[in-house]
Design a protein around this ligand. Structure first.
Ligand SMILES: O=P(O)(O)OC[C@@H](O)[C@@H](O)c1c[nH]c2ccccc12
Length: 266
């Protein structure tokens, strides 16, 4: 694991220990299981694609460790509404909300506010290292969770996926290379995210997705993640039959995130 990932995982374990003192696992589990209505994350992506549109997971992200603050005027509810609306014709399929505080200046309240302001399914974007967080994700309202292969062993991935699916959430499993992809393909989830950003060097290349494309079976849904900023990027990916995208920074830097989305995927 890289230095930054090691550091993030260590901070997560501290945060989880503190959270467990405030709300023990049994309480969080009860809250998670009491919530019945999840929004259909996979269905929202698939229906955009069936309508021959891009399936965009639009991210609500204030800052990142590599770039610092991306957006000064950061109101999650407004951003979520803008994504849900787009330009009227082209809009987001789903949201992704960063809940990590320390490295991304995110928060659990941001997810709740974003979700309450629209009807899109919401992915909790964070670093899952303990089953506690999966229950906590559903308890806060998340419709999907991210599992990053680089942070987890096979047994954890399988266990966390089973809990998430059992709670009615979708799972986006994130990989960056062929070894991680092979591990991800042992899971049940249809959603395979290929992160174009190397979490070790922060270098970004769309080529990462293009290189792994042929190794993702047709019944899975490949989501290309990170570094998608231009219409040329989108055209290259579409030419490789990739139709699901996770985009953050390019929208966060725009005055109207939803209009920027419509413009990028026009
Ligand atoms: O802002 P970008 O380059 O469009 O990237 C969005 C998203 O892919 C990125 O935020 C991300 C992908 N995987 C992650 C894991 C943790 C935190 C963040 C991420």
């Amino acid at each position: 694991m890289s230095d930054i990932l090691n550091k993030i995982v260590a901070v997560k374990h501290e945060e989880i220990a503190a959270a467990m003192k405030r709300s023990p696992l049994e309480a969080v589990r009860f809250d998670a299981e009491s919530r019945v209505l999840t929004r259909d994350f996979v269905g929202a992506l698939r229906s955009k694609i069936a309508a021959r549109q891009a399936a965009v997971i639009a991210e609500v992200k204030k800052a990142s460790p590599s770039k610092g603050v991306l957006r000064a005027d950061f109101i999650p509810a407004d951003i979520a509404q803008s994504y849900a609306e787009g330009d009227g014709a082209i809009s987001a399929a789903c949201l992704s909300v960063l809940t990590d505080r320390q490295f991304f200046q995110g928060g659990i309240d941001f997810l709740k506010q974003a979700r309450a302001s629209c009807d899109l399914p919401v992915l909790r974007k964070d670093f899952m290292v303990d089953a506690y967080q999966i229950y906590e994700s559903r308890a806060m309202g998340a419709d999907a969770v991210l599992l990053i292969a680089a942070c987890l062993d096979d047994a954890q991935m399988k266990d966390f996926e089973a809990i998430a699916l059992g709670l009615g959430m979708a799972v986006l499993v994130e990989v960056h290379d062929g070894v991680e992809l092979d591990r991800a393909l042992r899971l049940k989830t249809p959603l395979i995210g290929v992160n174009n950003r190397n979490l070790r060097s922060f270098e970004v290349s769309i080529q990462t997705t293009l290189d792994l494309r042929s190794r993702v079976p047709a019944e899975r849904l490949l989501v290309t993640e990170s570094g998608i900023t231009t219409r040329e990027d989108v055209a290259r990916l579409r030419a490789a039959d990739i139709h699901a995208f996770l985009v953050g920074e390019a929208f966060m830097r725009a005055p109207e995130p939803g209009e920027a989305l419509a413009e990028l995927f026009r």
